[in-house]
Write a protein that binds this ligand. Sequence first.
Ligand SMILES: [Zn+2]
Length: 412
Amino acid sequence: MGFSPCGWFGRDRTRAAWAEAHPTDSGGRFTTSTANEIAADPKRASNRAKRYSKSKLTVGVVKLALGFVFLLAFLLSGASEKLYGLFHGVTDNYHLDLSGYLLVFSTVYYLLFLPLDFYSDVTLERRYGLSNQTTAGWLARSAKEWGLSTLLVVGVLNLLYAVIRNLPDWWWLVAAIGWFVLLVLISKITPAVIVPLFYKTVPLKDHELADRLLALAGRCGVRVKRVFEIKLSRETNKANAAVVGLGHQRRILIGDTLLTLCSDDEIEAVFAHELGHVALHHPWKLLAGGAASFVLGFYLLYLVLGPSSVALGFQGPADIATVPLLMLWIAGFGFLSKPLQTAYSRRLEKQADLFTLDKVEKPETLASALTKLADRNLADPTPSRIVETLFYTHPPIAKRIAYIVNAAPQQR
Ligand SMILES: [Zn+2]
């Protein structure tokens, strides 16, 4: 769960959330702003942060809209049927046909959106002095992400269609349970398998700080064996921290960029926020909330997928040529449930912030850490209500500072 307003694996997932930076470009500003300034004048954000956030948001919305258009066009133009026919002509095996179809579909989708991704991840990040990543480095990472997501899509959809074909009336329930189990598994392997694919992590080298953080974990009642530093600086100067994984596999990661940006007191406050997520059982609460929404979501999908595929002239919900239709429905439900998802996430983030105030010696350092992070990451402290509702997994920075400043004196 992320700490910065953009979030860890959050709004833009790993890539965009952790692009890189030119320290020389923005280094001087960090020390000047204080939490009280933001509290006193939430609109003090530089136009730069506003412009950056607006550009990132615009690209995100354009990509979303183009995604819908592409799926619809692929489905209705007959392209989907042709692609399926290509594989069906070679083999009669349903799952081989499906896998071949998905491999080509995923590649076409990836290549089509590559320029837009490049613009968002590289061009914009460089324009705002946030990126050090080479073009080759970005391409390698992007290809790796494509490989991983394709593997996942091929595996998951083969399972889903097998269930749809074998349990025509109950597949939605089995799919919801299966999806929940898959998410738990992915969460469990994230620290040891997924994170190392993209970032190097090492035990925190500053032993004094590590001891201090472990003592803090003890006071919070959270079992932490080691504190890990994650090397973000090779790609980005954006600062972040997160707790990843579940149960014994859980790890708290602190970005090297955050370690150089913040004082030890501030790092302690950030760490306490992450401990708060664990102590308050947030990863499990998110999964439980997810479980309820998966049952509802897959049931709705069951209600609409069959009739809509027949209405469009396909053979039924398991017709391979209707893959884009399945994706359209899933993306549509996902988008409609966004406000609920982000509202719940913002609520948990606020709880973790308030937890922090109780646990650290100097609660005001949370506000100063957040201010530094927002400055460094060019976060918009006062997004519009609609943008907050749809995209913000964390309360906007001005709101966080306001409730921290209000609550902190009462805790002393
Ligand atoms: Zn958080």
